[in-house]
Ligand binder design. Structure first.
Ligand code: PLP
Length: 360
């Protein structure tokens, strides 16, 4: 079998040791005589899986005791609605920074539920940077302040944590969670679709401070109520059982292979530098993001010639480097190099880019 290097933005590459372990446990999970996919979510054997995944996530991310960890469905996109439905109930005001397409969607969705202030946007330069925060623009009585920490489509990330005082900071971390340590106590709520850096699609993780749940909007759908989900340990209904199991294996892999998120970060920085250093030296390819805001996870670049971009993506795929086309809305190229992308994959990609450049 010949494997490819998969640079997809999501669903994306999973660690090979995780896939191998899942394969080994596929037909008979630890002597249970069943696959994890087939288990009742209420069974004792499955309970151990979800309990240990939750405990591992708490340990790996250093999540303080006064935060709940929820395993939900509906993708990060459902959080665009769930966040306002649960949190926008005191002043009815929230502040948003728009630094890309997903935070734009989150902002649009929130405007249906209250008074939403657009604090800053990087649209003026096609989302190639992260704006500074002007505290004078912020609403001191906002129910929360929303950002997207890593912008998957544009390849930018925050290089600072906005100082919001007593206003809870809410962050979409879909494409950067587990890539480096974050001080969870600086956030009121963190959410992530798991299909970038945690697990296969189907699982959405929410980490939320206790005091922020329990006073949702009236008539909130039961499935959207954080409190109900928390009170039921994410088992109000059937959780995405198999994705949670894989998430547990991914967390084990981070601990065993990198010793935790500090090690993961060091590895990711080294990996991203291989690509960015080459891009900065290349005469053909050019990184699209200003240096201080470059994502460790999604590396965007162009040649400046659309036809050449297309030729590169096609040629790369033939050589086993797949899913390098930029998002359909921006074009160019994007190499998503999540935790599970081995450094050899990035080295070989840059070797191929050099070769392409010399022939171009
Ligand atoms: C992928 C992504 C989303 C959308 O996630 P879904 O799970 O498909 O709803 C939202 N925000 C960010 C930052 C993403 O990378």
């Amino acid at each position: 079998m010949s494997m490819v290097y998969n640079f997809s933005a999501g669903p994306s590459v999973l660690p090979e040791p995780v896939l191998k372990r899942a394969a080994a446990e596929m037909m008979d999970y630890k002597g249970s005589g069943q696959s994890v996919m087939e288990m009742s979510h209420r069974s004792k054997v499955y309970d151990e899986i979800i309990v240990s995944c939750r405990a591992s996530l708490r340990k790996v991310m250093g999540i303080p005791d006064n935060y709940k960890v929820l395993f939900l469905q509906g993708g990060a996109s459902s959080q665009f609605t769930m966040v306002p439905m649960n949190l926008l109930t005191k002043s009815g005001k929230a502040d948003y920074m728009v630094t890309g397409q997903f935070s734009g969607k989150a902002y649009e969705e929130a405007t249906r539920y209250g008074e939403i202030n657009l604090i800053a946007s990087s649209k003026d330069k096609n989302f190639t940077y992260i704006p500074e925060l002007d505290p004078a623009k912020c609403s001191p009585d906002a129910d929360y302040f929303h950002i997207c920490y890593n912008n998957t489509i544009y390849g930018t990330r925050f290089n600072y944590i906005p100082e919001t005082g007593d206003v809870p900071l809410v962050a979409d971390m879909s494409s950067c969670i587990l890539s480096e340590p974050y001080d969870v106590s600086k956030f009121g709520l963190i959410y992530a679709g798991a299909q970038k850096n945690m697990a296969p699609a189907g699982l959405t993780v929410v980490i939320v401070r206790d005091d922020l749940i329990g006073s949702p909007m009236e008539k909130i759908p039961a499935m959207y109520d954080y409190k109900l989900m928390a009170d039921n340990d994410s088992m109000y209904n059937t959780p995405p059982t198999y994705a949670i199991y894989i998430c547990g294996l991914v967390l084990d892999w981070i601990t065993e292979s990198f010793g935790g998120l500090e090690g993961m970060k060091a590895h990711n920085e080294k990996k991203a530098a291989v690509l960015y250093d080459y891009l900065d030296s290349s005469k053909l390819f050019k990184a699209t993001v200003q240096a201080p805001y470059r994502s460790l996870m999604n590396v965007t670049f162009v040649t400046g010639d659309e036809a050449k971009d297309k030729a590169f993506v096609t040629e790369a795929a033939k050589r086993g480097f797949v899913n390098l086309a930029g998002h359909r809305s921006v074009g160019g190229m994007r190499a998503s190099i999540y935790n599970a992308m081995p450094i050899e994959g990035v080295r070989k990609l840059t070797d191929f880019m050099r070769e392409f450049e010399s022939g171009a």
